[in-house]
Design a protein around this ligand. Sequence first.
Ligand code: CO
Length: 134
Amino acid sequence: MIGRLNHVAIAVPDLAAAADQYRSTLGAQVGPAQNEPDHGVTVVFIDLPNTRIELLTPLGEGSPIAGFLAKNPAGGIHHICYEVSDILAARDQLQAGGARVLGSGDPKIGAHGKPVLFLHPKDFNGCLIELEQA
Ligand code: CO
């Protein structure tokens, strides 16, 4: 079902400092900051030869990553995104097997303009999984 690793997301308390570290210290291709009000985050994507890194910081009140940063004030790996070819078929198959999809269960449009879903970390070894139709 799952295909390529689309990105690894890291929640950070200071997006500008983290982006600058990837650009200056690690010599990576760092994109511009994008506000994602539907997801309560501001993101920066970093292009690597084989995948991307998504730096995330809270945007607005009630951001879904505010609690994560409260528990991990220095930041930390927040989720891993895998590509699927058909997100509704993937969701239906996973739900039939007992996996929990976060939120309403309907895909939202993610940071790349494509439908995404999140799977409950307790069902996947403590790892929050994002599925993106790609
Ligand atoms: Co993501």
